[in-house]
Design a protein around this ligand. Structure first.
Ligand SMILES: [Zn+2]
Length: 78
């Protein structure tokens, strides 16, 4: 679970970007915090970089690593 302290720095969004998943080595579409759908592990990834490789971590079951956007980092000035 990602944590935060100040409400004014995070905003609820219903974007479809939060519903897509990405496998190991896929290109990160948006900078932000991603959560593995198989185990709940979280990572911070930058747009354009690859997601971690298959050997990043193991699951007890054969469930694949699937990264899903949890928190989008907005690069524009507000
Ligand atoms: Zn996992």
């Amino acid at each position: 679970m990602a944590y935060y302290k100040y409400d004014q720095y995070l905003q609820k969004s219903n974007s479809d970007a939060y519903d897509l998943t990405y496998g190991p080595g896929a290109t990160v579409p948006h900078s932000g915090i991603y959560r593995c759908q198989g185990c709940g592990r979280e990572i911070a990834s930058n747009k354009g970089d690859p997601f971690p490789p298959q050997n990043h971590h193991q699951h007890a079951t054969s469930q694949p690593i699937k990264w899903r956007l949890a928190v989008y980092a907005d690069p524009s000035l507000k």
